[in-house]
Each structure stands twice: as structure tokens, then as C-alpha cells.
Design a protein around this ligand. Structure first.
Ligand code: NAP
Length: 252
């Protein structure tokens, strides 16, 4: 069956929302879904030069309830419904002295962006997903969720909570045919992560590469390919799982 598959038409007629789809991993996901024939809305606070040209941009800060509401309303209006939700917007800055130096506000901000954004947006678009014939949600976590590391404790803890939430949601929505999965990138080369390695004392891409069994950083397309599989018909028996796309980094 699969050798007759035309990947350029696999998602024809499907409507997708990708948060943080203006650059980095999210832009690669949006482009991959467009290449498979989907209609795609990307949401972020600002458009960037890397935003896929064929995607519709909607503005909103998904770390706030108001921003989530604005994104959901604009995306549903632009697409006329929703089949695919990719909660990708996320991130966090390092506190190099250790977890005890992370201020309260940074913990709150991290949970707002890396956990609550996905929960609130999923809840806001759930009626549209229930109306879809083949709905799929993918939440983007991180290898940081399973690798204790003080400078990013606020980030890893929020992503770990996102993984638990995603499994719970997958069980709740399975009877409705809505599939929910997680993709956990390892170290992926993006303008943001490259800049971080260049400018942060004690971090370098060479050190990261030494810890990756496949011997290279990930590319944004490595993540996009797995997301495309998960939201497509090829992934129709996949739900409640966490796909680690990290060159073997967390397998040790
Ligand atoms: N790169 C890595 O090595 C790596 C590793 C593991 C996991 N991840 C995860 O993968 C996802 C994407 O990472 P990335 O490296 O591609 O990030 P990135 O290059 O920093 O891009 C982040 C995207 O999210 C948007 N965004 C950030 N804050 C937002 C907010 N409050 N509201 C709406 N949009 C917001 C950004 O646009 P605006 O700034 O204009 O809003 C941008 O489109 C994140 O969840 C990250 O935690 C990345």
C-alpha cells in the first residue's frame, strides 16, 4: 500500500494550525505539511523571513489566555475548521548558576509557554477537532524533559508535564478518534540554538555533537518528517506515544 503513496497529496484537504510556525522547527513542520497538500495557518507573535510563503500567518502570544483565544479564532476563521494541531511554540532561557537561581517569574513564564499554551489552545479548538473526520494533535516536547539539567529545570519540568498531559488527553480522546502524540527533539540546529551555543559560556555544538550517537545535530526537517507521519493516514494506529527524535541521545 505505502509504495503507491503520493506524499505530495497525502494531506490534501486537511487543515492545520502550527504554533511557532514562523521559524525554526515550526517553520519546517508547516512547510512539510504544505508540501503534503494541507492548508496551513502558522501562529506566533511576529512574522519572520523564514515563515513559509504559502502559510497564512496569524498573530498572538500563546502564553496568555487572550493570545490563545485570538489565535484560535483567527485560525478557525481562516481554515473553516481544523484537522491538525501542532503545539510547537516553546523554549526558555538558561540560568547557568543552577535551578535555585531561576526566579519565580521564569518558572511561571516557562509553564505558560511550554504547558498552558498547548492545554488552552487544544481546549479552544477541540469542538473543531471533534468535527473533523481524522483529527490529530502533536505536542512538541524536548529531550530536556527526561535529562535533569539545572539551568533548564523550569523548561524540562514544563515539558515533562506536557508529556503527561498529552498521554492523558490521548486516552480521553481515543474513543472520539482524535489521536494525540508527542515528538521530543534532541539538539536541533536552528538559528536560536546555534546562537545559544555560540554565545553561552560552557556550551558548544561540538560538545553537543559528542553526546549524540549518530554524530550530528538534528535538522528541523528530521522533526517535521515525524510530525508529518503522525498526522497522516500512515499514523492512524498511533496515539499516546512519545517519539524521541534525537539521534540516540536519550537512548543511553
Ligand atoms: N531547537 C532545539 O534544539 C529544540 C530541542 C528540543 C525541543 N525544542 C522545542 O521545539 C519547539 C520549537 O523550537 P525552535 O528551536 O524551533 O524555537 P525557535 O526557533 O525559538 O522558534 C520559536 C517559535 O515559537 C514562536 N513563539 C515563541 N514564543 C511565543 C509566544 N509566546 N506566542 C506565540 N509564539 C511564540 C516564535 O515566534 P515569535 O517569537 O515571533 O513569537 C517562533 O515562531 C519548542 O517547543 C522547543 O521547546 C527545540
Amino acid at each position: 500500500m505505502f509504495n503507491k503513496l503520493d506524499l505530495s497529496k497525502e494531506l490534501t484537504g486537511r487543515r492545520a494550525l502550527v504554533t511557532g510556525g514562523t521559524r525554526g522547527i515550526g517553520a519546517a513542520i508547516a512547510q512539510r505539511l504544505l508540501d503534503a497538500g494541507a492548508k496551513v495557518v502558522v501562529a506566533a507573535r511576529t512574522r519572520s523571513d523564514d515563515t513559509p510563503a504559502a502559510a497564512t500567518f496569524v498573530a498572538g502570544d500563546v502564553s496568555t489566555s487572550e493570545g490563545v483565544e485570538a489565535v484560535a479564532t483567527q485560525a478557525l476563521a481562516a481554515l473553516g475548521g481544523l484537522d491538525i494541531l501542532v503545539n510547537n511554540a516553546g523554549g526558555g532561557r538558561a540560568f547557568l548558576e543552577g535551578s535555585w537561581t531561576i526566579p519565580d517569574k521564569a518558572w511561571h513564564d516557562s509553564f505558560a509557554l511550554n504547558l498552558f499554551a498547548a492545554i488552552r489552545l487544544t481546549n479552544a479548538v477541540l469542538p473543531a477537532l471533534r468535527a473533523s473526520k481524522a483529527a490529530a494533535v502533536v505536542n512538541i516536547s524536548s529531550a530536556a524533559a527526561t535529562m535533569p539539567f539545572g539551568p533548564f529545570a523550569h523548561y524540562g519540568a514544563a515539558k515533562a508535564a506536557l508529556e503527561y498531559y498529552s498521554r492523558t488527553l490521548a486516552m480521553e480522546l481515543a474513543p472520539s478518534g482524535i489521536r494525540v502524540n508527542v515528538v521530543s527533539p534532541g539538539v536541533i540546529s536552528t538559528p536560536g540554538s546555534d546562537e545559544f551555543a555560540r554565545t553561552t559560556p560552557g556550551f558548544s555544538t561540538d560538545d553537543w555533537t559528542r553526546n549524540i550517537p549518530l554524530g550530528r545535530l538534528g535538522a528541523t526537517e528530521d522533526i517535521a518528517e515525524v510530525v508529518a507521519l503522525l498526522v497522516s493516514g500512515r499514523g492512524k494506529f498511533l496515539t499516546g506515544a512519545n517519539y524521541r527524535v534525537d539521534g540516540g541521545m536519550t537512548a543511553r
